[in-house]
Write a protein that binds this ligand. Structure first.
Ligand SMILES: C[S@@+](CC[C@H](N)C(=O)[O-])C[C@H]1O[C@@H](n2cnc3c(N)ncnc32)[C@H](O)[C@@H]1O
Length: 290
């Protein structure tokens, strides 16, 4: 991965890379473990794409202009890790099926249910949540309005998420009982999430460090998995607090398995699902959930 500069290329100095790494951390929150090799490789790719020969010329692009903002987003997009898949954490999805079934059985089904995948990458997490919820409604023979949103800092992932079209190998990771109902074969090696699910799902570009840039609404279920690991501890806690603010009373926040954040918040209680890091907002926390 490390970029070996061609003989005519001016090397990127250690100071320049440290500065860029710091700026990336400030803007996206991302901390890259081996910053120099990965950032240098990526920066050289951007310079080649832009036809910029000198590193000084490239760094000078980062002024206060709108073009600078676009370049930051392009660089961040290349540096973020986007790995995801359908039903990545089955225990968390089973958990939300049980949670929703219990609400329905107790006569506490919401009039309208909203779900959020924060750091949704190419959409598989949100579509998995949506399939589980729709299936519960069908099995329980009940109906209420529901919708889901996915947010990510990366425009390229959001465009793929919107297409909702995946290769067969991706679709095959969906358990058969969901696959038969919620994905359609649309071409050679191409599978698309069904229209009934897609119609209820919307994607937005939003940086978790500016949570207010996400749609201003309350949520019954928020998943934020495999994203916070890239943030420093204080920022991680700050973001989780903001997510809790967006939860409706009784709502559920699911973090990545093993992402035990050593974090406490008086408005939530830990949910005891084996292998799942989830919190439920208390019913009393009425002043926050929208
Ligand atoms: C490893 S993927 C996780 C995807 C999905 N949540 C899952 O668990 O399968 C991490 C995602 O977080 C996004 N991300 C990284 N930093 C972000 C930030 N500051 N704001 C919003 N999204 C961010 C990346 O673009 C990437 O798509």
């Amino acid at each position: 991965m490390s970029a070996v500069p061609a003989s005519h290329e001016q090397p990127i100095t250690c100071d320049q890379l440290v500065l860029l790494s710091q700026q990336l951390r400030d803007r996206a929150g991302i901390t890259i473990d081996s910053p120099h090799s990965i950032i240098e490789h990526t920066v050289r790719g951007r310079m080649a794409a832009l036809g910029v020969a000198e590193i000084g010329e490239y760094l000078a692009l980062f002024d206060d202009s709108i073009n600078a903002r676009a370049e930051w987003l392009a660089l961040i997009d290349l540096l973020t890790i986007k790995e995801t898949r359908f039903f990545r954490q089955p225990a968390a999805l089973e958990g939300i099926a049980v949670y929703l079934s219990e609400l329905i059985a107790q006569g506490q089904a919401p009039r309208e249910l909203t779900i959020w995948s924060a750091g949704c990458s190419t959409g598989q997490e949100l579509y998995s949540m949506a399939m589980v919820i729709d299936q519960v409604l069908h099995l329980r023979n009940i109906w209420f309005e529901w919708q889901g949103i996915g947010t990510d800092i990366s425009f390229s992932t959001l465009s793929l998420a919107n297409r909702a079209t995946y290769q067969e190998s991706d679709a095959l990771t969906i358990p058969a009982k969901y696959r038969s109902r919620y994905v359609d074969r649309v071409g050679e090696n191409q599978w698309q999430v069904s229209r009934e699910i897609r119609e209820r799902i919307h994607f937005f570009q939003s940086n978790l460090l500016h949570v207010n840039s996400a749609p201003d609404m309350g949520f019954n279920i928020i998943f934020c998995q495999n994203v916070l690991i890239y943030f420093e501890r204080d920022r991680r806690h700050w973001i989780i607090d903001r997510l809790v603010e967006r939860l409706r009373p009784g709502g559920l926040l699911v973090l990545g398995a093993g992402e035990d954040v050593h974090w406490t918040n008086t408005e939530v209680c830990r949910v005891s699902w084996p292998g799942v890091c989830a919190f439920r907002k208390t019913q009393e926390a009425l002043h926050n959930g929208r």
